[in-house]
Design a protein around this ligand. Structure first.
Ligand code: PRX
Length: 642
């Protein structure tokens, strides 16, 4: 990792700094007071126990106890009394080029009608609704309609396979799934409904499917179970009283990968989560009433929840959503969209920027993107060269970049520059935001000094923190609160530089980050082993120019099975069918035995070295190196033959 030295600091432009929403840090303020003040900017039906924003016993923290609040009311109704009633809340561009603009009042109409549809379907406060939708306005409408009536949503990313979807529906015990006939990707229809049909075959809990018509291609509709969204919306009346929720009531579940084969249903609260997302969206993106804000994430990930839907709508912003691929019909689609709508704030991922870099700046330069005033990145460490390209080519050297570090579990941004205040360094997320006490510690939980490398932890509870893992509180304590006393363990490694800036180095556990998508190596391994041809497998990440990390698998085949490219293909299919196409392995190596330490731990480092074509480093703790030598010899033969 390249740590950029102090001469390379980028200072905020004076004009930008003068107009910024936040103009300085006030470190003397107590974090509880800070968050209490921020929570007060939302609309509460009933205030929490004032002066006591935080309660509960660690790590079962509670924020704003006894306060009553509703997410959809805060995202919509609060803006209806003034001029924002007619402001664009949502701009949609479909991949084929169709467009739709919804004002805050339009959103009110559609959300309240859909809330009434949900009620008609028998959904009550506390019932989990699974949403399996692409990037279309109905995804936002469905989330807000659920939150209006107090039904937690569980959005499943559209790229997940039917098996992965079924696991998530069953774990959350959803009786209703909201989905779509299909959607557009590189000019072709992706038949989402077919996936759902397959998934619900193994979900006894599901009673109804609501199906949005997007592509209009012919699909199977099961009588009494499947209903067209537009038909039910046609009769539904406008207006639906928002349910006053307790601050600690669940707003949503969102599944993410951990170190075991079973994904974790991360639980988020209502009052604390809304406070965290509204505050950080306002401060980090320096959001103004005139902004056209575009976060390119998918709604199925936490970034989509916090910074497409909740944060921006709480702040009355105009959000843009785009359905399709960045290279359709041409590689300039993003820049065309920015020019066309006058996008001012762009929030995207390093993997996308690397792709744009590879395609070349001529695609960017074809368009007038001078409306941009702020750029953001999220999802993985950004390489300093990529940061500089983003700054120069997209930001014309004048837009501040906010490199935002956070996680599904943290709910909102934790470490990031404040764009009008913090000097930035390409590749560093800089320092923790106000209200957050993050640190880098060694294995004993002691802060590392400047220049030191260690584990990234958070030392104070914060409002948007996860409240647990659905159905498994033991795992919650175990994963996040057992590594260090009284600290939240992030699973990331980090370095502290000479200015105290944080440089995130990536995961220190067996979680792989492919193109900003989290996948547990154990999930991949269990998919391969499930094929019945494999005795044992290890999934490791290798570096990749575009995706950041790519997936490689080492598999030990049963004696009766001969290694071949057909077997490799079958195993790849098995991973894609268990998880999704986005988890397709780059390569599968067949090995006689996995390298292990005496205590039986797989030495992933050795496997990574082999896959990346390096001589494996220290092998002294390896029990039996014959299998590794054998594989290396085979590799050498392939190279020589090639
Ligand atoms: O490893 C960190 C990386 O992404 C992980 C969280 O993944 P997920 O829960 O899917 O959420 C992604 C979007 C918030 C973290 O543990 N990560 C996220 N942002 C950054 C990052 N690594 C370095 N720099 C970032 N800005």
């Amino acid at each position: 990792m390249e740590i950029v030295n102090s001469e390379n600091l980028y200072y905020p432009d004076r004009k930008f700094a003068e107009d910024a929403n936040v103009t300085g840090y006030s470190p003397e303020m107590d974090y509880q007071m800070f968050w209490e003040k921020e929570a007060g900017k939302l609309h509460w039906f009933k205030k929490w126990n004032e002066g006591r924003p935080l309660s509960g016993d660690a790590p079962f923290f509670k924020w704003f106890e006894n306060g009553k609040i509703n997410a959809s009311f805060n995202c919509i109704d609060r803006h209806l009394d003034g001029w924002k009633r007619n402001k664009a809340a949502l701009i949609f561009e479909g991949e084929p080029g169709d467009r739709q603009v919804m004002t805050y009042h339009d959103l009110y109409r559609e959300v309240t009608r859909f809330s009434n549809v949900l009620k008609k379907m028998g959904i009550k406060k506390g019932d989990v609704v699974t949403i399996y939708l692409p990037m279309i306005p109905e995804a936002v409408i469905a989330m807000l309609a659920c939150s209006r009536i107090g039904a937690p949503h569980s959005v499943v990313f559209g790229g997940f396979s039917s098996n992965a979807l079924a696991d998530r529906i069953n774990d959350s015990n959803s009786k209703l799934v909201v989905t779509v006939d299909g959607y557009w990707r590189r000019g072709k229809v992706i038949p989402a409904k077919t996936n759902v049909d397959k998934a619900v075959d193994s979900c006894e809990c599901v009673e109804n499917l609501l199906v949005v018509k997007r592509t209009g291609h012919h699909i199977f509709m099961e009588q009494d179970r499947d209903h067209w969204y537009h038909e039910l919306m046609d009769w539904a009346s406008i207006g639906c009283e928002p349910e006053p929720m307790n601050a600690e009531d669940i707003l949503f579940l969102l599944y993410t990968s951990g170190t075991t084969g079973k994904p974790k249903g991360i639980v988020h609260s209502t009052g604390g989560y809304l406070t965290g997302t509204a505050t950080t969206h306002r401060n980090v993106f320096d959001i103004k009433d005139t902004d056209v804000y575009w976060c390119t994430a998918d709604i199925g990930w936490i970034t989509g929840h916090s910074y497409i839907v909740y944060g921006p709508l709480l702040n009355g912003s105009t959000i843009l959503i785009y359905e399709g691929s960045p290279d359709y019909p041409e590689k300039d689609r993003f820049w065309e969209i920015i020019e066309s709508y006058g996008v001012t704030v762009l929030y995207t991922a390093p993997t996308a920027i690397r792709l744009f870099m590879k395609w070349g700046k001529e695609y960017v330069e074809k368009h007038d993107i001078s409306s941009l005033r702020l750029l953001g990145t999220v999802g993985e460490p950004i390489n300093p060269d990529v940061w500089r390209w983003y700054h120069e080519t997209v930001g014309h050297g004048r837009c501040p970049i906010v490199d935002t570090w956070w996680q599904t579990e943290t709910g909102s941004i934790m470490i990031s520059p404040l764009p009008g205040v913090t000097p930035t360094k390409p590749g560093s997320a800089t320092i923790p935001l106000p209200g957050i006490i993050a640190d880098i510690v060694d294995e004993n939980g002691v802060s590392v000094s400047k220049g030191g490398h260690g584990y990234l932890v958070v030392k104070n509870p914060w409002p948007s923190m996860l409240r647990g893992i659905h159905g498994d509180m033991e795992r919650y304590v175990d994963v996040y609160w057992s590594e260090f006393d009284n600290m939240y363990f992030t699973g990331d490694g980090a370095v502290r530089d000479e200015h105290g800036y944080f440089w995130i180095t990536g995961r220190v556990d067996d979680v792989i980050n492919i193109a900003g998508h989290r996948i547990g190596s154990a999930e991949v391994e269990s998919a391969v082993i499930g094929s019945e041809m494999v005795v044992e497998a290890a999934a490791v990440d290798i570096s990749d120019d575009i995706k950041g990390q790519a997936l490689t698998i080492f598999a030990v085949l049963k004696e009766s099975v001969e290694a071949s490219s057909e077997v490799e293909q079958i195993l790849m299919e098995s991973v894609m069918s268990d998880i999704g196409k986005f988890a397709k392995p780059e390569k599968i190596y067949f090995i006689r035995d996995l390298p292990k330490t005496r205590s039986g731990k797989i030495m992933r480092r050795v496997l990574r070295d082999i896959a990346e074509g390096r001589e494996p480093g220290d092998l002294s703790t390896l029990v039996d190196r014959a299998a590794v030598d054998e594989l290396l010899r085979e590799q050498q033969l392939v190279k020589t033959a090639g």
